[in-house]
Design a protein around this ligand. Sequence first.
Ligand code: PLP
Length: 384
Amino acid sequence: MVEFARRTRLRGGDELTAILAGSPPGVLSMTGGFPNPATFPTDELDAIAARLVRGDLAALQYTPVGGIPSVREYVLDRQELLQGRRPDPAELIVTSGGMECIALMCHALLDPGDAVAIEAPTYLGALMAFQGAEADLVPIAMDDDGLRVDALAERLEAGLRPKFLYTIPEYQNPTGRTLPLDRRRALVDVCRRHDVLIFEDVAYRELPFDGRSLPSLWSLGPDVVVQAGTFSKTLFPGVRLGWAAGPSGVVAELAAAKQNTDQCAGGLGQRLLEEYGRAGGFERHLPAARELYASHWAALSAALSRHMPDTVRWTEPTGGFLTWLTLRERADAIALRPAATEAGVAYVPGVPFGGTPNTLRLSFSHLGESELETAVHRLATVLA
Ligand SMILES: Cc1ncc(COP(=O)(O)O)c(C=O)c1O
């Protein structure tokens, strides 16, 4: 008999595995925060990859833990361009995606029983990672404008001392909400005052529908913020690439922890990112991706208004892939799921994210506009 580690029992359910596995044929899936394949710049990537595979030694070799020097340089430039502040080289590492950055934060900062403040609800992958690290999760309430910084401040004044606060300020997963500028400033102020680290996840930051972004928390408080970024939503998730930016002392520990995970992000992906980025790929392609997601949201929003019963409410994202539905009070989105599958539509219930039983998450990134209409019609039939 194999005796598994205690932590295997701490990781929560298999909702994430189910999302990544996809839905059965015939079922219109609004589950995963998957980028739309129409946004993958395949022709440009084909040419770059062919060149790299033919003999770019940095691309084919192991790389330094924190990333290939020229790739790091590119990511530093990009932070400066997009967020108005250039990290010191000691303040940034290249990671194997946003999720790895979350795992590294757990390795570097969490002992069993440490408190971690989280938005309620929040990203399932992060929740599972923090639970796996045996953290004591402290949910902080949200409203339509994201994290209630006043509620966090109250808890901190009352003596709460989390190792960090995990927050997704833009187009939050799972609610689609965005934290306004005044709250960003207040959050940085209150955390600085109480000496609490902010762990900012900017997974969807570069996908505002109107192309305009608020200042990142990291740019407002580089002394108190660690930022996890990813290229999964803006390039493609198959590359598994992201970054961690933050105070040099923390970043050094993240780099040390990375020696015990994959030791370095894949060189081929790193060089692909650098070549694509330096050639202006993001500037050429992101505007069209933003337009596509904006028009998907417009289609979903119209379908929800048309078909949903009056008792259903939903959030109004201004970017990203996700909206959050609240059903009538007694509804149970987990119990309704088999009927939804039977009707040919899939969603993720809110409970695994820390939501109430009458909540669920819809992703509008992947399905086409007419499929979104059909999916909502099917869902409304089940809810009615
Ligand atoms: C909020 C958030 N953070 C991190 C990730 C993971 O990103 P990556 O694919 O880079 O691991 C996701 C993916 O859905 C996400 O929604």
